[in-house]
Ligand binder design. Structure first.
Ligand code: FAD
Length: 432
């Protein structure tokens, strides 16, 4: 009988990070990724929250962590990152400040650079299999030992004791498992993340310098946040806060960044919106708020030289903590099987405006890796772990992950961001 082994499907951020941690713990693991090794990847910037550094430390070498740190922008420790909710005439509806969020502090990094570092160990060890697109799995008995047979579009297959679905927001494993909690959101998301020069910072309207601006109006969701180093040390009152931010030194200017996210219902956008050039996309956005307060348009005017990323987002719905026991009533043995786990966007994809999707995906590794390492250790003395041992480990993971990650899914707008669902998300947090 072969040794205990794990297959991870998906070589984005979460999959290779988990694989690196498992390799360091001596677990036999393989990663299957549908794209070619040299495929061009989306180069948007992501913000890495401070707790995520723990995931890097636990899974990567000291040298890799050092190189990630060197590429990270300045850590914004700003606690004034809860939005002020305005109507479209800039009347304050709700000051969301002082809501106790889990993570303060994040730093920007290019997603491609981050992933290139994360993937190094799996590539070096030859366990990264590119151009292998997952097509399905089945539960098999291999001489009495229960295993998962994973099949790929090219007709090949591989067996494992535990399959991890890290195959992102269009996860096939999620569907095969019968969870099916990911759906398209009928909106177009325009998102821009950029460095904020001193000139741009000064040109922003006062509300955008004071705190994140949030507005649900005219079937749209407008969100703009400036990450300005040192703002915490200043008085959050507008006058003093602004003055301190604008007089920041050159290093701080380097570090200031701006995130702008605007959601429009798909039906409200031109059909060819994604094909338009950058200037035309910004023009469409500016015109779409022609009767809003000028501050909303001023943000657009300041940012419009920057690249606008346009995409159709997907989002997930919170499953019950006992979703597997309910789903297992189906006659299909593959449904909700405990030997198949989901992580990252494959389980809890969210709208990107709060910058937490990748963070939560990478934090999943800190819970999963020790559980699998423990299963591997016990396999060395007692043989391959039974299905009930794997199910017990899975329960520990899902009980931790579902409340943590779905808090952020809902805080990011859930699956109906345009109708103003932020309040329920904060209520859920209160209940945790
Ligand atoms: C514009 C934008 C801005 C964002 N900003 C932030 C931010 O600031 N902070 C943050 O934390 N997060 C951010 N996110 C979210 C973040 O990028 C994702 O949450 C993160 O990439 C999820 O990692 P993952 O490994 O779960 O999935 P992914 O990185 O999507 O990886 C999934 C992998 O699975 C592969 N795959 C898919 N199907 C198959 C198959 N059938 N067989 C084999 N392989 C398959 C894919 O090719 C891909 O490589 C942003 C997202 C967007 C779109």
């Amino acid at each position: 009988m072969g040794e205990f082994n794990v297959i991870i499907v998906g070589g984005g951020l979460a999959g290779p990070l988990l694989a690196s941690g498992l390799l360091q713990s001596g677990v036999k693991v393989d990663v299957y990724e549908k794209l070619a090794g040299d495929a061009k990847r989306d180069g948007y910037q992501i913000r890495v929250a401070q707790p995520c550094l723990r995931a890097f430390r636990e899974n990567l070498s000291a040298d890799q962590c050092q190189r990630i740190n060197a590429k990270l922008g300045h850590f914004d420790t700003n606690k004034e990152t809860t939005p002020i909710w305005y109507d479209h005439k800039l009347n304050t509806l709700l000051h969301m400040g002082r809501i106790n969020e889990q993570y303060h502090g994040s730093a920007p990094i290019d997603r491609v650079i981050l992933r290139n570092i994360i993937i190094e160990q799996p590539v070096e060890k030859g366990i990264m299999h590119f151009g292998k697109s997952f097509s399905g799995y089945e539960i098999i008995s291999d001489q009495g030992r229960e295993r998962v047979r994973v099949s790929f579009e090219d007709g090949s297959s591989a067996d494992c004791d535990l399959l991890i679905g890290a195959d992102g927001s269009h996860s096939k494993i999620n569907v095969n498992l019968g969870l099916n909690n990911i759906q398209p959101v009928p909106v177009i998301n325009f998102i821009c993340k950029a460095r904020l020069s001193k000139e741009k910072l000064a040109a922003l309207p006062a509300p955008a310098r004071r705190a994140p601006m949030l507005c649900f109006s005219h079937r749209k969701t407008y969100f703009a946040v400036a990450y300005i180093p040192k703002r915490t040390e200043t008085d959050p009152e507008i006058g003093k806060g602004e003055a301190a931010a604008i007089s920041s030194n050159d290093d701080e200017e380097e570090a200031a960044t701006f995130t702008f996210s605007f959601l429009h219902l798909k039906d409200d956008c031109p059909k060819d919106i994604k094909e338009l050039d950058n200037a035309s996309k910004w023009k469409f956005l500016e015109e779409s708020v022609s009767d809003w307060d000028d501050a909303f348009r001023q943000v657009i005017r300041v940012m419009k030289s920057e690249n606008l990323y346009v995409f159709e987002p997907r989002a997930s719905k919170r499953p019950a903590l006992d979703w597997r026991s309910k789903a297992q009533k189906s006659r299909n043995p593959s449904i909700a099987h405990p030997r198949v786990w989901l992580m990252g966007d494959a389980m809890h994809v969210m709208l990107p405006n709060r910058g937490m999707g990748g963070n939560q995906a990478m934090l999943d590794t800190t819970v999963i890796e020790p559980l699998i390492t423990q299963l591997n250790e016990s396999a060395k003395t007692r043989g391959a772990p039974s299905t009930s041992e794997i199910a017990a480990a899975l329960r520990v993971y899902e009980q931790e992950m579902i409340p943590r990650a779905f808090y952020w899914v809902e805080a990011s707008g859930g699956t109906s961001p345009v109708s103003g669902t932020l309040q329920p998300a904060y209520r859920i947090r209160d209940e945790l």
